[in-house]
Design a protein around this ligand. Structure first.
Ligand code: DAH
Length: 375
């Protein structure tokens, strides 16, 4: 603002002002200009310029008023000029200070909120599927390719599905290692509930729902009161398999399992089965695979004993069998008309074998250093 514009460069007589009443309009005009200037001081540098324009010691507007209006004022004007100048000064100083404070907080906010488009974007690492999930998928794909479909079942089960309907009555000894995690239920609950100890209950639920032919696999979590060690965990994973139709034979059974094992471990492995016992299969077998790590020789490449099969040349894989006719009785299938087979594969065990993992606990620890090895 030039002195001319402000009229502050000239003594009052030159402005034709001789009476105190004429001062008010002059000062009101100045205050209006000041307010307009103040609104334009939006950042630190324009604020500094604005401050100097009004408060500058030599040529600031207030200094000019003092020099040009007050000092040479006639005695009758002097008092009024001094009074009006003081009022204007008070207004100017307080406004300049509050403008400064406003700019200071305002800039902080702007700096914080400012979007810097030149910064690199936020990289959110994409996770990968857990190795157990990958092995599930691998096994599911193999069974999909031969006509099985996937079904899902509850992890909280009734003793009926987990035991009785699988031909495991209340005092059957095989309950010893399974009859464990029961839920606390309110008094009078209609049935006990437990964490399923295997995926086999889904055999029953599936057959209850559909007539043969049945060809399903059931991937899922199961729970047992096992003390944690390198091969045991309170929770682990299984895939149940069930095939029931009017003409399924033991040959279909072994052919299917052999196909699966060769797809999973490679075509050169051999399979064998040994007699075993499960209440819901008859006959029951335990499937073994020739050790894929020493080509079924029991001897490692170094000449020593193979550490995977401990020199046995065979590795025990999982249990299976032909469905026990007693089970059909629980689902209203006619055991004279239908036959089938079932199997229960421990996923953690298979994953450990295939990928050379020697401690099941790593599956549950969520340590990214482990997980990243299986992208
Ligand atoms: N349910 C058995 C277990 O968890 C595994 C099993 C064995 C499942 C034989 C089967 C089978 O379907 O036929 O120990």
């Amino acid at each position: 603002m030039s002195a001319q514009e402000n009229k502050t460069g000239l003594p009052l007589v030159h402005l034709g002002i001789t009476r105190p009443e004429e001062l008010s309009a002059l000062f009101a005009d100045l205050r209006g200009r000041f307010n307009a200037d103040c609104a334009c001081a939006l950042d630190e540098s324009s604020w500094k310029q604005f401050r100097d324009t009004w408060l500058g010691r030599k040529s600031g507007v207030l200094a000019q008023i003092t020099d040009n209006w007050l000092k040479p004022a006639t005695p009758e004007l002097k008092r009024a000029v001094g009074q009006q100048l003081n009022e204007l000064r008070a207004h100017v100083e307080s406004q300049i200070e509050s403008r400064r404070a406003a700019i200071e907080t305002g800039t902080e906010e702007t700096a914080r909120d400012r979007v810097d488009l030149s910064l690199p974007g936020v990289i959110r690492p994409v996770g990968s599927r857990h190795l157990v999930r990958q092995v599930f998928q691998e096994i599911e794909d193999i069974f999909f390719s031969i006509g099985f479909s996937v079904v899902d079942g509850p992890e909280i089960e009734t003793p009926y599905y987990n035991f009785e309907a699988l031909n495991i009555p209340e005092f059957h000894p095989v309950r010893d290692d399974m009859d464990t995690f029961y839920l606390d239920l309110p008094k009078g609950a209609p049935t006990l509930l437990l964490l399923r100890t295997h995926t086999s209950p889904m055999q029953i639920r599936t057959m209850e729902k559909q007539k043969p032919p049945v060809r399903v696999i059931v991937p899922g979590k199961v729970y047992r009161r096992d003390n944690p060690d390198a091969t045991h965990s309170f929770a682990f994973h299984q895939i149940e398999g069930l095939a029931v139709d009017t003409d399924i034979t033991f040959c279909d059974f072994t052919g299917t399992i052999e196909y699966f094992v060769k797809q999973f471990f490679g075509p050169s492995v051999k399979t064998r089965f040994r007699p075993s016992y499960f209440p819901f299969t008859e006959p029951s077998v335990e499937f073994d695979v020739s050790c894929p790590f020493c080509a079924g020789t029991g001897t490692a490449a170094s000449g020593g004993t193979c550490s995977k099969c401990k020199g046995a040349a065979w590795i025990e894989l999982f249990g299976a069998g032909m469905v026990d006719p007693a089970v059909y009785g629980f689902v209203n299938y006619d055991p004279k008309k239908v036959s089938g087979f079932a199997f229960g594969i421990g996923i953690d065990r298979l994953a450990m074998l295939k990928y050379g993992i020697d401690d099941i606990q790593v599956f549950f620890q969520n340590d990214v250093r482990f997980l990243r090895q299986f992208p």
